[in-house]
Design a protein around this ligand. Structure first.
Ligand code: GLU
Length: 435
């Protein structure tokens, strides 16, 4: 928040429909992270200013017929943050507390995510203010189709390609792809990724976010000299990323997962938790809480457990200056977007906690989404081994680029990741003649 032309604060533009506490406004955090990187890199002021803001955004209001016959009005957003390196790419979230600023932050992080992975893509994000837990599948289908009718004019394989995110899944992607294809008058599988396999989805997309994170943990353990076999782990969040992290952490790295949680609370068993049993319990009861043989704990307690690997896989702002000093993990592997605030980053770094930052650690999802786009364009589909092999190569290369940069500049990994990503986006802006 310095240098006059950059002083414009988000408040001038904030038109979110529900308030976000200013200190934890994710977009202000995203801008602060960029400011810090810009300072370290000596980034050109015009590029810096450009990269502080989304290039384009669309706000939409959608009437949807509910099952009881009434019409409910929903609000949604699509933010195209920066497309210097290629079409914008990023998921769509359904969340009751969605705000334009959260979507802007996530779109900025997608820009850094595709750049750190060296994918020929920009960054974008979408969101709808809704509570999917209180909606029927029919209502969700009508809302998803309404959203595509509202934002479809700015989507397309060469413009902006959405994907799943918090509370959206492959079925929702299928409805959206179908609605977009109806609008265009022919089949357009490449407009969206994370589709079901029979509609042009990619093998390996469903567990890609967690798998990419496991490859990063494997590399981090190597540079830190930690043996992951039998090492303990705790996972906050038990959606797609959290559940697959539990399965793959055990399968690929031999991690002993001793605690997991969801929005209702957590469970802890020092002898380890079996993923299949915990998933079955959650499917049956709606939560991991009250899992037989485990002790119920809070989400806050889970974060402070004495484990080797902590995996935040839920929402933003979980590790703050209030609890960062109590984190005992050696490695924090961020499968969630934005779980750690800048103040917490400084505390963790000073305490020697090795953070694998979100837009590197969870980039497996968008990387296999990119593979899905390539397969859709060629209409030729890869086997699972090919997907895994190419994902591993991409994740490993990105991990070491970030690790090396952080070591060179003597800064924490998030700043290392920013420097790698922002340099690439800035170069594309310059080459295009924008700045
Ligand atoms: N929503 C995921 C993310 O935050 C995936 C995005 C994509 O596949 O485009 O990275």
């Amino acid at each position: 928040m310095k240098k006059e032309p950059l002083l414009e604060t988000v408040e001038h533009h904030a038109v979110g429909l529900s308030g976000t506490a200013k200190e934890y406004n994710p977009f202000l955090i995203a801008q602060r992270q960029l400011d810090e990187a810009a300072e370290i890199m000596g980034l050109d002021p015009a590029v810096h200013h450009l990269l502080r803001w989304p290039m384009r955004e669309l706000h939409v209001t959608m009437p949807v017929r509910m099952d009881d016959g009434t019409v409910k009005i929903f609000h949604g957003f699509r933010v195209q943050y920066n497309d210097a390196r290629g079409p914008t790419k990023g998921g769509i979230r359904y969340h009751p507390e969605e705000t334009i600023d959260t979507v802007r932050a996530l779109a900025a992080w997608m820009t850094w995510k595709t750049a750190v992975m060296d994918l020929p893509l920009g960054g974008g994000k979408g969101g709808i203010v809704c509570n999917p837990k209180e909606m029927s599948r029919g209502e969700l289908e009508r809302l998803s189709r309404a959203y595509i009718r509202a934002v479809g004019r700015i989507l397309g394989e060469e413009m902006d390609v959405p994907a799943p995110d918090v509370y959206t899944d492959a079925q929702i992607m299928a409805w959206m792809m179908d609605e977009y294809s109806i609008m265009r008058g022919y089949n357009v599988p490449g407009v969206i990724t994370g589709k079901p396999l029979p509609l042009g989805g990619s093998k390996g997309r469903n567990d890609a976010t967690a798998r990419g994170g496991m490859y990063c943990i494997r590399e981090a353990a190597k540079v830190l000299g930690i043996d992951t076999q039998g090492a303990t782990a705790a996972i906050q969040g038990y959606g797609n990323a959290g559940q697959f992290a539990h399965i793959l952490g055990q399968e690929l790295l031999g991690l002993k997962v001793v605690a997991v949680s969801d929005s209702k609370g957590g469970i802890y068993n020092p002898d380890g938790l079996d993923p299949k049993e915990v998933i079955a319990h959650k499917d049956k009861t709606g939560s991991v809480v009250n899992f037989p043989g485990a002790k119920n704990i809070t989400n806050a307690e889970l974060l402070e457990l004495p484990v080797t690997v902590l995996i935040p896989a839920a929402m933003e702002n979980q590790i703050t200056e209030a609890n960062a000093g109590n984190i005992k993990a050696r490695i924090v592997a961020e499968l969630a977007n934005g779980p750690t605030t800048p103040e917490a980053d400084r505390i963790l770094y000073a305490n020697g906690v090795y953070v694998i930052p979100d837009f590197l650690c969870n980039a497996g999802g968008v990387t296999v989404s990119y593979f899905e786009q390539v397969q859709n364009a060629y209409d030729y589909y890869w086997d699972l081994e090919t997907v895994h092999e190419r994902l591993d190569k991409k994740m490993t290369a990105a991990f070491h680029a970030v690790h090396q940069t952080a070591q060179e500049y003597k800064i924490h990994n998030r700043m290392g990741a920013y420097i790698v990503a922002v340099s690439r986006v800035a170069e594309a802006c310059r080459l295009r003649g924008w700045v």
